[in-house]
Ligand binder design. Structure first.
Ligand code: ADE
Ligand code: ZN
Length: 342
């Protein structure tokens, strides 16, 4: 089968994207447009120069640019434009359901009201659902490099909106900021009826994955690729079918793996872990979700059944209800059956 036919097969598979930071979808063209709109002098002379700066040595070197970039997001329309641009792109890639992370503290620390951030993203998600048929969930994340007190204050601020959120999450600089720092915040969120997810085992050790499971009681681990360093943990993740929201191009861009060919996704899939493919911060990492699927399909020599399993896992690991999951799973089965005959 040709490369084009494989790409078309993957594009057509209904896919859920479960690890996507909306601030990480800010394309340089929109950065410049918003900088002009708000009378901000861009730090880089051109779109090309900004894009050329996306050359990272680790997570922190990316985060420094990512937080600086978010400065042009100032009013409700900015957050709406950002989210619409992502949804349009995700639709073209065959994403049927998306669970969007956003970082309230990145904006409230700059004096942007939480209500403004929420309103722009939420309005776009509803517009996108109408225009593209993409269902969605919103998952605010706490920044782990800030204090637990700051996270708790942020949680209080977003609780009036909690019916709009499927879960709360934890992101930003992982090393030195273990999940245990946020045990009380996540306990409070759970008491309020919110589910939890957390970045763990991206740069941080497998112990952080264990803390996220045992202390934060997460439904999913974001990244989690370092689980392989602890055999008992891998066995547990398989046994309990804990989803890992893996982001292959992100891992290469942030030097977790040197090359896509070195990524452990195929090994994890073969061992029966519930892994799937996501784009994390596509503007910064050089690819949206279909680019990520294609990179691992080629780099790790994935078969069509492997790719169909990744799509199946993405739907099963989502916060969709059972009826919606079953509808998408049936479509995947139909496509996979066609795919196996050619
Ligand atoms: N915030 C945005 N992208 C992130 C990532 N890959 N890891 C941690 N925090 C993030
Ligand atoms: Zn992430």
């Amino acid at each position: 089968m040709s490369n084009d036919a494989t790409a078309e097969f993957i594009r057509k598979l209904p896919k859920a994207e479960l690890h996507l930071h909306i601030e990480g979808t800010l394309e340089p063209e929109l950065t410049f447009e918003l900088a002009r709109k708000h009378g901000v002098t861009p730090k880089y002379p051109s779109v090309e120069a900004l894009r050329a700066a996306y050359d990272f040595s680790d997570l922190q070197s990316f985060l420094d640019l990512y937080y600086a970039g978010a400065d042009v997001l100032r009013d409700e329309d900015d957050f709406h434009a950002l989210t619409m641009a992502y949804l349009r792109r995700a639709h073209a890639d065959g994403v049927v359901h998306t669970e969007i992370f956003f970082d309230p503290q990145t904006h409230t620390a700059r004096g942007i009201a939480f209500a403004t951030v929420f309103a722009g993203i939420h309005r776009a998600l509803r517009d996108g659902e109408r225009e593209f048929g993409i269902s969605w969930r919103m998952i605010p994340n706490f920044l782990r490099h800030l204090s637990a007190d700051d996270a708790m204050r942020t949680l209080e601020e977003l609780l009036p909106y909690k019916r709009h959120f499927a879960a709360v999450g934890l992101d930003s600089s992982e090393r030195g900021h273990p999940p245990s720092k946020f045990t009380a915040v996540f306990a409070r969120a759970r008491r309020e009826g919110l589910r939890t997810v957390a970045h763990a085992g991206e740069e941080g050790p497998p112990e952080y994955i264990l803390e996220a499971l045992d202390l934060l009681k997460v439904s999913r681990i974001d990244h989690g690729v370092r689980c392989e360093e602890d055999e008992a943990l891998v066995e547990r993740l398989v046994r309990e079918q804990i989803p890992l929201t893996v982001c292959p191009l992100s891992n290469v861009k942030l030097c977790v793996y040197k090359r896509i060919e070195d990524h452990n996704l195929k090994r994890l899939l073969d061992r029966g872990l519930k892994v799937m493919v996501n784009s994390d911060d596509p503007s910064y990492f050089g690819g949206y979700v279909l680019d990520n699927y294609l990179a691992v399909q080629r780099g790790l020599n994935l078969s069509k059944p492997d790719v169909a399993q990744l799509a199946r896992n993405s739907i099963e690991a989502s916060f969709l209800d059972t009826a919606a999951k079953n509808r998408w799973l049936a479509k995947i089965e139909a496509l996979a059956a066609q795919g196996s005959s050619d």
